[in-house]
Design a protein. Structure first.
Length: 157
C-alpha cells in the first residue's frame, strides 16, 4: 500500500509515467493511492484485495533499483548527515517499519554526532504511533523553538 502511495505521488510530482510491474499494476497503484485508510477503521475488502494483488505484481520488482524510481527513493530518503536534532518514535513490534532498521538509522545519526531523541513505544501498532507519541513530540518541538538543545539518547541506542 505504501509503495502504491509513494509511486503514485512521485509519478505525479516528478511527471514520470507510472510504469512498474505488470501491465495492470499502474492502474492498481493509482486506484489504491486514491483510497483513504483511517486509523480506527477497517480497510474495505476491495482495498485488501488490491494490496494482495499489488504484492503479487511487485513480488519480483526491485523498486529501489529500478530507474527512475531508484533516484526518487534516494531523493525522498532521510540522510544520517543532519545538522539539526532528530526525534524518532518507534513501536517495539511495528509490522510496517522494522525496529531494527530504524535503530540502525538512529545509530548512524549518532555516529555523525546528531542528537537523537528516541521514543520506544509499546506494542506493534504502526497506525497509532503518531497519537501515542504526540505529547512527547509536541514538547520536543516546543523545546527546539524555545532554543533549548536537543536531548540525545545515543548512549542507550
Amino acid at each position: 500500500f505504501l509503495t502504491a502511495l509513494a509511486a503514485a505521488s512521485w509519478s505525479q510530482h516528478y511527471g514520470v509515467p507510472l510504469r512498474i510491474g505488470r501491465k495492470s499494476t499502474p492502474a492498481l497503484m493509482a486506484r489504491l493511492a486514491r483510497n483513504c485508510v483511517q486509523v480506527e477503521g477497517v480497510p474495505r475488502l476491495g482495498t485488501l484485495i488490491g494490496i494482495l494483488a499489488l504484492r503479487r505484481d511487485l513480488h519480483t520488482v526491485d523498486f529501489p533499483g529500478l530507474r527512475p524510481w531508484s533516484g526518487f527513493v534516494r531523493a525522498n530518503s532521510p540522510s544520517p548527515f543532519q545538522s539539526v536534532p532528530v526525534l524518532i518514535a518507534q513501536a517495539e513490534a511495528d509490522p510496517l517499519v522494522a525496529p531494527a532498521v530504524t535503530r540502525r538509522f538512529a545509530r548512524a545519526l549518532c555516529a555523525n554526532r546528531v542528537a537523537v531523541r528516541w521514543l520506544d513505544l509499546a506494542g506493534g501498532d504502526h497506525a497509532r504511533m503518531a497519537r501515542d507519541s504526540a505529547a512527547a513530540t509536541i514538547d520536543w518541538i516546543d523545546d527546539r523553538f524555545a532554543g533549548r538543545r536537543g536531548p540525545s539518547d545515543c548512549t542507550r541506542l
